[in-house]
Design a protein around this ligand. Structure first.
Ligand code: ADP
Ligand code: MG
Length: 252
C-alpha cells in the first residue's frame, strides 16, 4: 500500500533522511520509532506529498506521489504532528469541509458527522470554534475527519500526544479495527508500549537511516543483549545507543 524507494532528503549538506526503503502492507500497523531529530517527520512529510524528496520515490497504492499527487493523496489520511485546523471553523464545519474535499456524499455526511463527534465525545463542542479546542480535541477532530472519508492508508505522526487515557484507548482500538478491515497504518510514536502492543512491525530510525526493522521478536534478536522477555524499551535503548543515558544524570 505504501512503498518508499531510496527515499532521501537533504537540508543543505545535512541528510535528514538517507536512502529509506520500506513497504507497508494492507492490514499492517507499522511503528516508526527513533530519537528526536531522527528524520521521522521529514519521512512523513515526503510520504504524504508535503515535502519534495531529494531522491527516491513514494508509491501510495501503486500511484507515484510525484507523478500523480492527487490520486496518491486521495487514498490516504494524515494526522500530522501539529493538528492544524482552521481556527474560525466550528468542529462540525471542519468535518463537513473535509468531507466535501474528499467527495463524501452529503447524505453520508449528515449521518456520519454527528456520529463521529459523538464517538470522540466532541458533541458538546461541535458548534464551537476550533480556536477554543485543546491540542487533544484537535487531534481527535482530525482523526474524526479521517474516519469520515475512510482511506485505505493512514499516516500518523505522534497520534497519541495530548490525548487523555480514555481517548488514547479509543484511538488504539480504532487502529486495530481499521487494520483488521485492511487499512495500512504507518505511525510515528515515542510511546513504546503502543508500538509493542499494536504494531506488527517496527522500524527504528537514527540519523536518517533505518537501523533496524522487523517484528518485536526480530528486533530482540538483533539487539545486543538477547535475554528472554526483554521489553521494547530495553531493545530500543540498546539499538539506539541510549543505554548510556545514565551518564547524562551527572548534570543534575
Ligand atoms: N525544513 C528544514 N530545514 C532544515 N532542517 C530541517 C528541516 N526539517 C527538518 N530538519 C532537520 O532534519 C532532521 C530531522 O528532523 P525531523 O524529521 O523533524 O525528526 P523527527 O521527527 O524524527 O524528530 C533534524 O535534524 C531537523 O533539524
Ligand atoms: Mg517528528
Amino acid at each position: 500500500m505504501i512503498r518508499l524507494e531510496g527515499l532521501s532528503k537533504t537540508f543543505g549538506a545535512y541528510k535528514a533522511v538517507d536512502g529509506l526503503n520500506l513497504e507497508v502492507r494492507p492490514g499492517e500497523i507499522f511503528g516508526f520509532l527513533g530519537p528526536n531529530g531522527a528524520g521521522k517527520t521529514t519521512t512523513v512529510k515526503m510520504m504524504t506529498g508535503l515535502l519534495k524528496p531529494s531522491a527516491g520515490r513514494v508509491l501510495v497504492g501503486g500511484r507515484d506521489m510525484a507523478a500523480d499527487p492527487i490520486a496518491a493523496k486521495r487514498a490516504m489520511g494524515l494526522v500530522p504532528d501539529e493538528p492544524f485546523v482552521y481556527p474560525k471553523l466550528t468542529g462540525a464545519e471542519y468535518l463537513r469541509f473535509v468531507g466535501e474535499l474528499y467527495g463524501v456524499p452529503l447524505s453520508d455526511m449528515r449521518k456520519r458527522v454527528p456520529e463521529l463527534l459523538e464517538m470522540f465525545e466532541l458533541t458538546p463542542w461541535g458548534g464551537e470554534l476550533l480556536e477554543s479546542y485543546s491540542h487533544g480535541m484537535r487531534q481527535k477532530l482530525v482523526l474524526a475527519g479521517i474516519l469520515l472519508h475512510d482511506p485505505k492508508i493512514l499516516v500518523l505522526d505522534e497520534p497519541m500526544v495530548g490525548l487523555d487515557p480514555k481517548s488514547g484507548r479509543l484511538v488504539k482500538d480504532i487502529f486495530i479495527r481499521l487494520a483488521e478491515r485492511g487499512t495500512a497504518i504507518f505511525m510515528c510514536t515515542h510511546v513504546l508500549e503502543i508500538a509493542e502492543k499494536l504494531c506488527h512491525r517496527i522500524g527504528i530510525m537514527i540519523g536518517g537511516k533505518m537501523i533496524a526493522c522487523g517484528s518485536i521478536e526480530e528486533l530482540r534478536a538483533a539487539s545486543a543483549a538477547k535475554q528472554e522477555g526483554r521489553d521494547l524499551e530495553s531493545i530500543f535503548l540498546s539499538l539506539t545507543g541510549g543505554a548510556e543515558y545514565s551518564a547524562l544524570l551527572k548534570y543534575l
